[in-house]
Design a protein around this ligand. Structure first.
Ligand SMILES: [Zn+2]
Length: 460
């Protein structure tokens, strides 16, 4: 009897053709003109899931439909959920693509096209691994639910409503997301933590109108200067955020985590080169990788005040404003952090100006225990699939849906990306490495027995 791995190897060429077919749908969720294509991509995926014998429902929502497909039910076995999205980023600017974004072409060992790696190829790899089980008569050790949405690139509005409405149907022991990257084919990785975010806008008002700096300079406070001085006090000389209480809830890195993060092969010099900065910066006592993913930050994203045109204009501007975001790490809470920053800014603001602090959006940081059984099981599956020892890594950005899975379904998420650093997600010449595609499918074959075992260990 053929094994699932043999089946995957034998069908590799066809899986590439399948992905090409799927990528041909310009399922651009941001552009209303593409609504029929978004729908067609959802229909294609629905037909494919049904063709495999999965119990598949394409749920209508207020927005783009949400696909739920289940493997044949095994009583008493745990259920894991695989999340992905069939919508894609806009392809513009077209002229920067070597070949058209929706006419996917193989060059070397890569398939080029919009949506190849983000995210069609990555969830199709999981689906192909299920096919390999079903077609070879190899029982899956667990139940799988595929939850594939069509609005990830525009904020997942429909899914946020869908989740609580289908809470029971989607109940699971864990969520797998393959919608992110790894350092390289020889360095597969489990991403076990994400940073959160807190956004704030601060505005400083001074005189009721712009004033002549000759007639009034030296007698009233300059709001732009007041804002700069305030913001300068938000960080100390060691690169630490200087807001009282800011670090109170920060979970320190364990020795195990620091050891693991140190295995990520990017050197500090490579990292500096990538940024184009003259030199790296950061909080004392941490590596760039730790600073980028496991430490919180205070960033000024935009500063506005006074005259910005050509030449000079001798004024004291009437107001100044700044857009700020803070990247948060486990276990910081956005609401608490925003309040601490607001209070600190208000306390330090001189009486010569008025300050207004507006709260923006917040997103919670995320962490799944890196030495827990699920994470360790995933590492084994990665190693078996890619043929190289797997790394543990954290992501510096946020994936908000992960918090929703935790809150609504009570399930931890494992991020098992297959994208490579040069896959050009969201950019022209997006591609998916075909070796990563094949390795991802093999990984998925090893994943389900590993997670089922880990889950049994958790329960007993
Ligand atoms: Zn994506």
């Amino acid at each position: 009897m053929e094994t699932p791995l043999e089946y995957l190897a034998r069908n590799e060429a066809r899986f590439i053709e399948d992905l090409r077919e799927y990528v041909r749908f310009p399922s651009v969720s941001a552009q209303p003109a593409h609504a029929p294509d978004v729908r067609a991509a959802a229909d294609w995926l629905t037909a494919r899931c049904r063709g495999l014998g999965l119990e598949t429902v394409l749920h209508a929502t207020g927005g783009n439909p949400v696909l739920v497909a289940r493997t044949p039910r095994i009583e008493g076995a745990p259920t894991f959920l695989v999340y992905g999205h069939y919508d894609v980023q806009p392809p513009e600017p077209f002229e920067l693509w070597t070949t058209p974004p929706f006419d996917p072409q193989v060059r070397g060992r890569s398939l080029f096209g919009r949506g190849t790696s983000d995210n069609k190829g990555q969830h199709l790899a999981h689906l192909n691994a299920v096919e390999a089980h079903l077609r070879t008569g190899t029982p899956l050790p667990c139940n799988l639910v595929f939850l594939i949405e069509g609005e990830e690139e525009v904020g997942s509005k429909a899914l946020y409503q869908f989740l609580p409405e289908h809470r029971e149907e989607l109940a699971c022991a864990g969520v797998i997301i393959s919608d992110n990257g790894i350092p390289g084919l020889e360095h597969p990785a489990l991403t076990y933590a994400l940073r959160g975010i807190a956004a704030i806008e601060v505005r400083i008002d001074g005189p009721s109108r712009d004033l002549h700096s000759g007639l009034f300079g030296g007698t009233v406070e300059n709001p732009a200067m007041a804002l700069c001085q305030l913001l300068a006090r938000m960080r100390d000389g060691q690169g630490r955020v200087a807001v009282p209480g800011f670090y109170d809830d920060v979970l320190p890195l364990s020795d195990y985590e620091r050891e693991q993060l140190a295995r990520i092969p990017t050197t500090a010099e490579q990292f500096r080169e990538l940024t184009g900065s003259p030199a790296l910066f950061g909080e004392d006592g941490f590596t760039s990788e730790e600073r980028r993913t496991a430490r919180p930050t205070f960033e000024i994203n935009g500063l506005t005040s006074g005259y910005q045109g050509e030449g000079s204009k001798t004024i004291i501007p009437s107001w100044a404003s700044a857009k700020l975001t803070l990247r948060l790490v486990p276990n910081q809470e956005p609401g608490k952090v925003i309040a601490a920053v607001r209070d600190h800014l208000q306390r330090l603001c001189p009486p010569t100006v008025r300050i207004t602090v507006r709260h923006g959006h917040g997103g919670e940081p995320y962490l799944v225990s890196p030495d827990g059984p699920l994470a360790q099981g995933a590492l084994k599956a990665l190693e078996a699939g890619f043929g190289h020892p797997a790394l543990l890594m954290r992501e510096g950005g946020s994936i908000p849906i992960v918090s929703a899975f935790q809150k609504v379904l009570g399930a931890d998420t494992l991020l098992l990306g297959m994208a490579l650093p040069d896959d050009n997600a969201h950019a022209p010449d997006e591609k998916f490495d075909l070796d990563a595609y094949a390795a991802g499918m093999r990984m998925a074959v090893h994943l389900w027995p590993e997670l089922t075992r880990a889950h049994a260990g958790l329960k007993s």
